[in-house]
Write a protein that binds this ligand. Structure first.
Ligand code: G3I
Length: 303
């Protein structure tokens, strides 16, 4: 196959990208995106600050623009993200305790009801674990509402849209030896044991010199999958853009049947949150395919 999406589809998987609404008027950007990818994540437009800028007043203009573009171009959509310490609107930032807990529940219901039946998978909770060696939760206003906030978010989400897969999504949980990875693994194992509804784990997979790709990534994927959840690579980018590393990531996903898809976090290097100098994506700033692109395509095609 000659595109990423078609090549991934041969293996029963998807290949996606993050899309920013501000770039939908850029013809080079949209032509690459519509040609190559078959799963779309809104880079910012379905986040809490975008979708509920004032408490109880929902705004789906940006999210809908991206959703409609995706569906009109034959693509599915991942939802990102419902409960997160970051990109909270000002009204939520200052909240705590029971009222924040209820606001989180109302937010999940409001957004998931709007997109009910339309989303392949939601990142229900994003980045709730701490970096470093603790393996524990990150401090945040949500965490301070009580340790059960994550399972409450997942139970709320399941009731709001039973057709969406429900994911826990985080970065720096790619290396199997890291305490953060083990912390998330233990939470998912506990959720599965207690019947808390969770369907998938999102490995963001932002690789750089501080958190480089490690060959135990395949163990991470297979270990999560063995808990009975799908694994999705949700925000892949590799600082420096090593073709070999990109191929390794794809091959590690292909080696695990429950690794169901890969999303790169942007189209061209110039679209990356890391800036173009990081050269972290599959297309250069002129829209040309990079060596990393060819390595990914070849891996998806089985070679
Ligand atoms: O919308 C404003 C715009 O009005 C203003 O003119 C402009 C000036 O700086 O800022 C715009 O907002 C920026 C927004 O991106 C849209 O471009 C924010 O400042 C900026 O902080 C925001 O960055 C996003 C970041 O999440 C924020 O947390 C990145 O685009 C986005 O790629 C990044 O994505 C995250 C995932 O959601 C979660 N995992 C990590 C990943 C990378 O950080």
């Amino acid at each position: 196959e000659s595109t990423l999406g078609a090549a991934a589809a041969q293996t029963g998987r998807y290949f996606g990208t993050a899309i920013a609404q501000g770039k939908l008027g850029d013809g080079q950007y949209t032509s690459i995106a519509s040609r190559e990818f078959d799963m779309i994540t809104a880079e910012n437009e379905m986040k809490i600050d975008a979708t509920e800028p004032n408490q109880g007043q929902f705004n789906f203009s940006g999210g809908d623009r991206i959703y409609n573009w995706a569906v009109q171009n034959g693509k599915r959509v991942r939802g990102h993200t419902l409960a997160w310490h970051n990109q909270q609107p000002n009204w939520m930032r200052s909240m705590e305790g029971g009222s924040l807990r209820q606001a989180m529940i109302n937010h999940i219901n409001g957004v998931m009801n709007h997109y009910r039946g339309k989303i392949y998978a939601w990142d229900v909770v994003n980045e709730a674990f701490a970096d470093g060696n603790s393996g524990g939760r990150r401090d945040s206003n949500l965490q301070r509402t009580g340790n059960d906030w994550i399972e409450v978010a997942f139970r709320t989400a399941r009731a709001a849209d039973p057709s969406a897969k429900l994911c826990y999504n985080d970065y720096n949980i790619d290396n199997w030896n890291w305490a953060k990875t083990q912390g998330v693994y233990n939470m998912v194992r506990d959720f599965k044991a207690r019947g808390v509804p969770i369907d998938c784990v999102g490995l963001q997979s932002h690789f750089n010199s501080n958190s480089p790709y490690n060959s135990n990534y395949r163990t991470t994927i297979s270990s999560f999958a063995a808990l009975g959840v799908d694994v999705q690579i949700t925000e892949l980018d590799i600082q420096g853009g090593s073709a070999t590393t990109y191929a390794n990531v794809v091959n590690d996903c292909l080696a695990v049947s429950r690794c169901t898809g890969i999303t790169v976090w942007g189209v061209r290097d110039t679209d990356s949150w890391l800036g173009s100098g990081a050269q972290a994506l599959l297309f250069d700033g002129n829209g040309n395919k990079k060596a990393a692109y060819t390595a990914v395509l070849n891996a998806l095609n089985g070679g």
